[in-house]
Write a protein that binds this ligand. Structure first.
Ligand code: AMP
Length: 595
């Protein structure tokens, strides 16, 4: 799938085309200064002037220059309010909901809506998906998102903390955990997104539990032009002293404050750092205030999570300014976070080489620089959403019905078919490398005998007999439902072949429902080996869901779910059926942790 990702600011548009199979952007364009006489579109080295051009004109120009086809359009929407905590397909209802949220994000949502209207006009036939900056923080606990104001008023006006930069915090936390070769669900990570807008996030075991931006993107860290935290008393005092309206004060705190207001040099950290080096005292102070605030949040978030395993720097300043990283990481030794000055100075990240470890070898906490890729994060989220929304052929899991069978050792073959006998292939079965054998045996239980049960090759280190519940009853034994290979303390039986008997003291199981998956399938379904999932099957117009289905992942497997004959009969499932993954009920690594 290819998607066009649109990120509209009030006077700018960033656009890229992301290719799912190549896992990268194949084009990136932007338009700047929209709505002014200097409005322009920048395509590679080319700059096309569009005086007074708006979002729609900019999009049209970009699309004219882009010969690529795409399947869907993804829009960044800054504020999803309490309404949107997941990606959503854009409809007229969704647009009116986003419009209702404008009072919460007056500087951002109108630009996002302008981009949505413009692109729907150009591509009415394609699906449009909105990804919300606030969504990742939908997991904030009440104690983190509540302001200490009367509850009724807070509820009435939706005054609470939401948090922003969600796609970036989530993306870099995941990239950091992959780099550290650990599951994000096992780590406490503090992500510092330090761009023109800036925020910190406490990502505890994969979930955002605290973040520095609040009801609007104004709270928290010092930013390019936004003040971040400020005593509301100071705001009222300024309004009175300068006779400012709420709108003027809002503009003042959003556009004239932060690094820009404090340094007097502008909002770009590069200029401020240069001015500081040249002896400008205001510039120096602004860097101190900026770094101090970030360090304060790192300390607070470590306390909230009861520790920290990784600190991640990202976005314009976080990725590029060794000086700011060093200043922030000073005196974090008490947390076990020790910066390696040399590695910090040398760190360079890019989309291709996106993680640099800048911690000392003996640092308990990993300090990392990670290149964010908000457009890719949004594209992948939207693709995942569209695939789930339209379960297509690719996401169907073929169902196979396992007839009773057994796996044997050479010792068993010797007894059953004669010394040195070699199993003969009758026909290959669906899992690569396995085959049904010509050889069959009788299974003798205390009650009855089941005749002619086929052996599945190749040889195994242990004999395992897989039967259904009905077979158990017939044999007169009580076999447990087990994962393949787990035969300890299961009942035994006598096997009878043309050459003689072979008695096993254990090895008879009723195989637990399972899905064989290649690692690529596991990636598509977002599951891992040993996860337990639910699979829905539409059988004869009835919706059936099989719970407790074990996922087994190996490069040797092809995608297939195995159920036994009893289950297939009860559910009226025959050959050719398929199912879809309906939910994950147990994550393997979380079970491991509990043990
Ligand atoms: P972003 O919003 O992530 O694009 O970040 C933009 C900001 O990153 C700019 O306004 C600069 O302040 C900052 N930035 C970019 N490159 C550098 C650099 N080499 N050193 C310091 N700050 C930088």
């Amino acid at each position: 799938m290819r998607v066009l990702v649109i990120n509209c600011g009030s006077s700018s548009v960033k656009i890229s085309v992301y290719d799912q199979s190549l896992q990268k952007h194949i084009f990136s364009y932007k338009a700047e200064r929209l709505g002014t006489t200097e409005a322009c579109v920048i395509i590679g080295d080319r700059k096309i002037e569009i005086p007074n051009g708006n979002h729609k004109l900019a999009l049209e120009k970009i699309v004219q220059s882009c010969s690529e086809e795409f399947d869907a359009i993804v829009h960044r929407v800054v504020h999803g309010g309490s309404h949107f905590s997941q990606p959503v397909r854009i409809t007229s209802d969704v647009i009116s909901q986003i419009e209702k949220i404008i009072p919460l994000a007056p500087l951002h949502n109108p630009a996002n809506i302008a981009g949505i209207h413009a692109s729907i006009a150009i591509f009415p036939e394609l699906p449009h998906v909105a990804i919300f900056d606030t969504a990742f923080h939908g997991t904030l606990p009440r104690r983190a998102y509540s302001y200490a104001i009367p509850r009724s008023l807070a509820k009435k006006h939706n005054v609470r903390r939401f948090g922003f930069h969600g796609p970036s915090h989530e993306w870099v936390a995941n990239r950091a955990s992959s780099y550290l070769e650990q599951n994000v669900e096992d780590l406490r990570i503090i992500t510092c997104h330090l761009g023109n807008g800036a925020s910190c996030c406490a990502v505890e075991y994969g979930r955002s539990i605290e973040t520095s931006m609040g009801m609007t993107p104004l709270e928290g860290l010092v930013m390019g032009t936004r003040s971040g935290d400020i005593d509301p008393g100071a705001v009222f005092s300024l309004m009175r002293a300068e006779d400012l309206s709420p709108e003027e004060m809002e503009e003042f705190l959003n556009r004239s404050s932060g690094l820009h207001g404090l340094s007097g040099v502008g909002n770009d950290m590069r200029d401020i750092a240069q001015a500081a080096e040249d002896g400008n005292d205001q510039a120096r102070l602004s860097i101190h205030v900026y770094a101090h605030r970030i360090r304060k949040y790192i300390g607070a978030y470590s306390a909230i999570m009861g520790g920290v395993d990784a600190i991640v720097f990202t976005a314009g300043v976080g990725e590029n300014s060794a000086r700011i990283r060093q200043q922030v990481a000073q005196r974090l030794d008490f947390l076990g976070a020790r910066l390696d000055l040399e590695k910090n100075r040398e760190a360079r990240v890019s989309k291709e080489n996106d993680v640099a470890d800048i911690s000392e070898i003996r640092s308990r906490v990993s300090i990392l620089v990670v290149a964010t890729d908000e457009e890719r994060a949004m594209a992948e989220k939207a693709i995942e959403f569209l695939e789930q929304e339209n379960p297509n052929q690719d996401l169907q899991i073929p169902i196979a019905i396992s007839a009773r069978h057994l796996h044997v050792t050479q010792a068993a073959v010797d007894s059953l078919f004669g010394k040195g006998h070699t199993l003969r292939e009758y026909k290959p079965i669906s899992q690569p490398g396995q085959f049904a054998c010509v050889e069959k045996v009788d299974i003798i239980g205390p009650r009855r005998t089941i005749q002619g049960v086929r052996i599945i090759g190749p040889l195994r280190p242990k004999v395992q007999v897989e039967i259904s519940r009905t077979d158990e009853f017939s044999l007169g034994i009580d076999a447990p439902v087990r994962n393949s290979g787990d035969v300890a303390n299961s009942p035994g039986v006598i096997l009878r072949g043309p050459n003689g008997d072979y008695t096993i003291s254990e090895g008879v199981i009723c195989a637990r429902r399972h899905i064989h998956m290649h690692p690529n399938d596991a990636k598509r379904f977002h599951v891992s080996d040993r996860d337990v999932v639910e699979v829905s099957i539409n059988s004869d117009g009835r919706d059936l869901t099989f719970g407790d289905v074990l996922v087994r992942v190996s490069p040797k497997y092809v995608l297939e779910m195995h159920i036994d004959t009893d289950e297939a009969n009860a559910a009226q499932i025959s050959r050719g059926f398929s199912g879809i993954l309906a939910g994950v009920s147990n994550k393997a690594h979380l079970c491991k942790k509990r043990v």
